[in-house]
Design a protein around this ligand. Structure first.
Ligand SMILES: Cc1cc2nc3c(=O)[nH]c(=O)nc-3n(C[C@H](O)[C@H](O)[C@H](O)COP(=O)(O)OP(=O)(O)OC[C@H]3O[C@@H](n4cnc5c(N)ncnc54)[C@H](O)[C@@H]3O)c2cc1C
Length: 177
């Protein structure tokens, strides 16, 4: 019997694990995918957290995990597929058929970003393609970048199209292709 089963090992799940262990509670983290670090492991660089500058997301996630581990948190690799309530406690079923009995469940499964399904999206995710304006969209290499298709240079429409782009004050750069 666990005090807490934490589903998801992203920053939220691992923060919960650290607090639980420090409070002397018996916690286990169940993770189906990222083996301990959540989505932050996909970020090439994390700059928006006081005390960190230019930290690689994978390394940061590993630190979260080792912090939780050093306090005694147990980790189980697997997907939680069902939570049921018994009289006073909970049962968390895993995809391998095992189940964990616990007094409390913390459901920290994060979210999944809606993808554009365009070429290069996956390859450049975290390295130019951003889904979070306040996280990594401030990195200079792609801020305010509008990708447009211009008419050919020989076309009379070319210069008016370019000047139209410049009029768009919201964007200060464009890529011509
Ligand atoms: C490419 C990229 C770059 C980013 N850059 C930054 C940044 O620079 N700064 C910043 O602040 N934020 C950044 N973020 C956002 C940040 O990673 C998230 O806000 C953060 O990870 C959310 O933490 P979380 O613990 O809520 O969820 P998550 O990190 O999503 O963790 C949830 C975990 O739960 C697991 N899970 C889900 N369902 C189950 C289940 N049924 N059973 C078991 N496990 C399950 C998932 O596999 C996942 O590992 C970035 C995200 C991405 C994708």
């Amino acid at each position: 019997m666990y005090d807490i089963v934490i589903i998801g090992s992203g920053p939220a799940g691992l923060s919960s694990a650290i607090y639980a262990q420090r409070a002397g509670l018996k916690a286990v983290v169940v993770e189906k995918n990222y083996l301990g670090t959540g989505q932050i492991s996909e970020s090439e660089r994390v700059d928006n957290y006081p005390g960190l500058y230019g930290e690689n997301g994978f390394d940061l996630g590993e630190k979260f995990r080792s912090h939780a581990e050093s306090l005694g948190t147990e980790f189980i690799e697997g997907e939680a597929v069902k939570i049921s309530k018994n009289t006073t406690d909970y049962s968390v079923e895993l995809d391998n058929g095992n189940s964990l009995e616990t007094h409390t469940v913390i459901y920290a499964v994060g979210t999944e970003r809606r993808k554009l399904q365009v070429e290069g999206e996956k390859e450049f995710s975290g390295r130019g393609v951003s889904y979070c304006a306040v996280c990594d969209a401030a990195f200079g290499y792609f801020v305010c970048c509008l990708i447009i298709r211009l008419p050919p240079r020989s076309s009379p429409l070319y210069s008016s199209a370019v000047s139209d782009v410049y009029k768009r004050q919201a964007y200060n750069d464009y890529v011509e292709y």
